[in-house]
Design a protein around this ligand. Structure first.
Ligand code: ADP
Length: 445
């Protein structure tokens, strides 16, 4: 599933998809995560720094003023509400803005300030008097390219002389013309077309090359090769910047091809844990009893909010419809929603308009909604073989150090098979999952 491109996935999304376990593509998940996270993710872990060139000095800044930006660009940064650089920006920005330019590989989870860092570097390197593309940023999808472009437009609010062009689906150029915009943000296929087939801009004149979301790029069929083909046409002096939310061998091998003599900075993501989470299971003999258990739990939720995970879209929709009919205000998030609908649902939930969010696995990561106190597994997470999926369980239930608050996890068990799954999760984490009588709401606290 992961390796298919968007069109193929849409085709595969046939009539029976309501009953299939739901999974977003890495690109969709990344976009959702960007949208859900409105602010910066603070990290308590330390930055890991590796230098291939020990002669290059290493700087770090504690303020944007110390970067000696063009005044209008600095104004744009403050206008965005940024007071001080984030943890990775403290080290990434001096490197990205250094003269002579230095190459950078940066890996940190979504929300830690990577995009803001490279957008600032892109804008700062532009020579507006030169009327041709000088900065090229590759994103894996249309939506992600637009997200980045919007950050650039916002930050360049007081630099109207800097122009940006999207090289994405739907954008066309006439052959035999030359682009005059300074920055191109696009997807690999379109950039190849424009740069090599139609030659509407000169790839060898690019001075800053950004490869964003490298891990998502790798997960999309054909993208990695296209990126490498583009990269081959760049000049030796071009500054290379490479970003990824995750770090593994494939990502590192890709980075080695793209970025010579880099500074590598990594910020390890904080581990999720089940500390501070009280885990329970409820015995039910059928779907109807599961429903009753949910409404009993719902009745006790009080101030906090709850998220209910179902295995399939069909169950999620069934549950939502039934609860709505019974007069409960619930929100549903499944893969069938459009991007706008997903944003809308999440905004309403975050604002507390709805106290309960019913969803599938599409949301097991990235839901740092602080006020969520109860997570209900309407269906326990299983892998393709039907075995306990402990990793997904941890993503659904676990919290990172940032949200040290107490939480409650309730697992609905409706068969001997699901009891076994529950037991293997208990064993895996070596943490007791206690029996809960859902009829007796006093037991839930
Ligand atoms: P990433 O690319 O790592 O996902 P972003 O650059 O998109 O991270 O930043 C995540 C969020 O934090 C965005 O909403 C962004 O506007 C905000 N942000 C980024 N840098 C700062 C900063 N220095 N101060 C405050 N907010 C910031």
């Amino acid at each position: 599933e992961i390796n298919k491109n968007e069109d193929e996935r849409n085709k595969a999304d046939g009539e029976n998809s309501d009953d299939a376990p739901e999974q977003f593509s890495p690109a969709e998940a990344s976009l959702l995560q960007k949208i859900i996270r409105k602010g910066l993710v603070e990290s308590k872990t330390d930055l890991e720094i590796q230098r291939k060139d020990p002669n290059s000095p290493l700087y770090s800044v504690k303020s944007f003023d110390a970067l000696h930006l063009k005044p209008n660009l600095l104004k744009g940064v403050y206008e965005m509400g940024f007071n001080a650089p984030s943890k990775i920006q403290e080290t990434a920005l001096p490197t990205l803005l250094a003269d002579p330019p230095q190459n950078l590989i940066a890996q940190s989870q979504s929300g830690t300030g990577k995009t803001a860092a490279f957008v600032l570097a892109m804008l700062s390197r532009v020579k507006p008097e030169l009327r041709y593309p000088q900065v090229l940023c590759l994103s894996p999808t249309y939506e992600l390219a637009i997200q980045t472009g919007e950050v650039a437009a916002h930050m360049a609010k007081f630099c109207p002389e800097i122009e940006l062009r999207y090289a994405v689906r739907g954008e066309e150029v006439a052959k035999n013309t030359k682009l005059t915009e300074h920055i191109i943000i696009g997807t690999p296929g379109k950039v190849l077309d424009w740069g090599l087939k139609y030659r509407v801009f000169d790839l060898s004149k690019i001075t800053v090359f950004v490869l964003d979301e490298a891990d998502v790029m790798i997960a999309t069929q054909g993208h990695q090769d296209q990126c490498i083909r583009i990269h081959k046409t760049l000049s030796k002096e071009c500054q290379m910047m490479f970003f990824s939310a995750t770090y593994n061998e494939d990502v590192m091998n890709f980075a080695e091809i793209i970025v010579p003599r880099p500074l590598i900075i990594r910020l390890k993501r904080e581990e999720e844990s089940l500390n501070n989470i009280k885990q329970y299971y409820v015995r039910c003999s059928n779907q109807q009893e599961k429903y009753s258990a949910v409404t009993n739990i719902y009745g006790t939720v009080g101030v906090g909010q709850a998220i209910i995970f179902c295995h399939t879209r069909r169950t999620a929709n069934w549950l939502a419809e039934k609860m709505t009919k019974d007069g409960h205000a619930v929100a549903v998030l499944t893969g069938e929603l459009s991007v706008e609908q997903r944003i809308n649902v999440l905004d309403r939930f975050r604002n507390g308009t709805e106290k309960v969010l019913i969803t599938t696995n599409v949301l097991s990561r990235g839901i740092d909604v602080e006020q969520v106190t109860i997570v209900v597994n309407f269906d326990l997470p299983v892998d393709v073989e039907g075995k306990a999926d402990c990793e997904t369980y941890l993503h659904r239930i676990g919290r990172t150090g940032r949200f040290g608050k107490h939480g409650i996890a309730i697992n609905l068990v409706d068969s001997p098979a699901s009891m076994l799954i529950c037991q293997s999760i208990e064993k895996h984490f070596n943490r007791k999952i206690n029996y809960l009588n859902a009829e007796d709401s006093d037991e839930i606290e």
